[in-house]
Ligand binder design. Sequence first.
Ligand SMILES: NC(=O)C1=CN([C@@H]2O[C@H](COP(=O)(O)OP(=O)(O)OC[C@H]3O[C@@H](n4cnc5c(N)ncnc54)[C@H](OP(=O)(O)O)[C@@H]3O)[C@@H](O)[C@H]2O)C=CC1
Ligand SMILES: O=C(O)C1=N[C@H](C(=O)O)C[C@H](O)C1
Length: 256
Amino acid sequence: MEQINVVIAGPRGRMGKEAVELVQDTPQFALMSVIDHKGEANVDVPVFKDIKECFESSIPHVLIDLTTPEVGYHHTKTALEYGVRPVVGTTGFTQEELIELRQLAESKELGCIIAPNFAIGAVLMMKFSQMAAKYFEDIEIIELHHDQKLDAPSGTAVKTAEMIKEVREAKVQGHPDEKETLKGARGADIDGMHIHSVRLPGLIAHQQVMFGAEGQTLTIRHDSYNRASFMSGVKVSVETVMKLDTLVYGLENILE
Ligand SMILES: NC(=O)C1=CN([C@@H]2O[C@H](COP(=O)(O)OP(=O)(O)OC[C@H]3O[C@@H](n4cnc5c(N)ncnc54)[C@H](OP(=O)(O)O)[C@@H]3O)[C@@H](O)[C@H]2O)C=CC1
Ligand SMILES: O=C(O)C1=N[C@H](C(=O)O)C[C@H](O)C1
């Protein structure tokens, strides 16, 4: 396999630090530079404060983005415009942004992977939930994260609901006359499914999907106890994005 030159945006972050280690420890990957808006990253490659400044200096094969929703969208768009293939872990993109980025990737015939969760266990949890939803139509998604997380609900919870929507008819759950006496008590609503976001120090990234039917419940749960749990998904995405000519949303679409 030819060497893949990588730039990482967000290298001081919780995920970014792991990604720097992954790229530096993978023989077929080379870390060319990083993008850090404060220029404070402690790495032995050039640090750029701005993505355009970075790409004007040299063009990598792949950009890994682990920043914030607004910055991640801007970076992904700019990367595609410069002919760079994005691997994006950043969550919180809108449907409109995903559609626009897909059109751009296709017009440039460039691979782009946007994966709300890189952990294989989380991908299985979403797939198993999609399977279960064919048999259980009443569903509550409970996602639990550390209290520094910016977006709610999590990208994983939104993706789970989207995957379930593919196999489940929209349904209003609970009592038809149900009323919230305290706003937000029933969580967010996607097609009648409810999503509850828990934020606590001590947590990393966890989700359980609960299904209910007459006389029974089923709970499917995944826990990430560290950020290393996401790195095998980042590695396979960097390798795979080189072979794609379109945007792929979700790691489940590139795993066999
Ligand atoms: N797909 C997946 O499997 C996973 C996805 N995530 C997602 O990844 C993203 C990052 O998460 P996490 O590492 O925990 O977050 P952190 O807050 O730890 O890291 C984000 C980094 O982005 C930096 N940043 C902010 N603005 C800019 C900018 N303009 N240019 C460059 N860098 C910038 C921040 O810098 P500063 O510190 O100065 O603000 C920070 O270093 C989130 O969207 C999260 O939801 C997280 C875990 C797994
Ligand atoms: O911010 C996080 O930490 C995580 N974000 C992703 C999400 O929003 O789903 C993936 C994982 O849950 C960790």
